[in-house]
Design a protein around this ligand. Structure first.
Ligand code: CO
Length: 134
C-alpha cells in the first residue's frame, strides 16, 4: 500500500539555528519557512537527493509541536511521511484493521497542497505516521 518515503519530520526548538545548520554545516538545499495555521506549525523543507526533511516549529497556542518539544527539549524525530496513491482507500483499509486515524479521520491539505492524514503512533511501533496522497 505505502510507496516512497516522502519526508522525515524533525521538531526543532530553534528554527533559525536548524536552518543555518542544514544550510551551512550539512550543505543541504533548504527552502523558505512556510506557516501552516491549519496544522499549528511553521515548516521548512530540505530537499535531499532521495527524500525530504521537514523541520517543524510551533505556530500558535494549540500547536501539536509544543508538547513534543516539552518532552524533547533538544528536538527530535516527530513523524515519517509515506506516499499513497489513494488516501481514502488507504484510510479505510487501515481502519478496518483497527488502526486509529488522528483528528476527525478526514484528510487535511498538507504543506505540499496534497491531502494528508496521521495514524496513531501506538498502532505503528511508536512512530507517528503521516500518509500523503501523491
Ligand atoms: Co509531515
Amino acid at each position: 500500500m505505502i510507496g516512497r518515503l516522502n519526508h522525515v519530520a524533525i521538531a526543532v526548538p530553534d528554527l533559525e539555528a536548524a536552518i543555518d545548520q542544514y544550510k551551512t554545516a550539512l550543505g543541504a538545499q533548504v527552502g523558505p519557512p512556510q506557516d501552516e495555521p491549519d496544522h499549528g506549525v511553521t515548516v521548512v523543507f530540505i530537499t535531499l537527493p532521495n527524500t525530504k526533511i521537514e523541520l517543524l516549529y510551533p505556530l500558535g497556542d494549540a500547536s501539536p509541536i509544543t508538547g513534543f518539544l516539552e518532552k524533547n527539549p533538544s528536538g527530535g524525530i516527530h513523524h515519517m511521511c509515506y506516499e499513497v496513491d489513494d488516501i481514502l482507500k488507504a484510510r479505510d483499509q487501515l481502519q478496518a484493521q483497527g488502526a486509529r486515524v488522528l483528528g476527525t479521520g478526514d484528510p487535511k491539505i498538507g504543506a505540499h497542497g496534497k491531502p494528508v492524514l496521521f495514524l496513531h503512533p501506538k498502532d505503528f511501533q511508536g512512530c507517528l505516521i503521516e500518509l500523503e496522497e501523491v
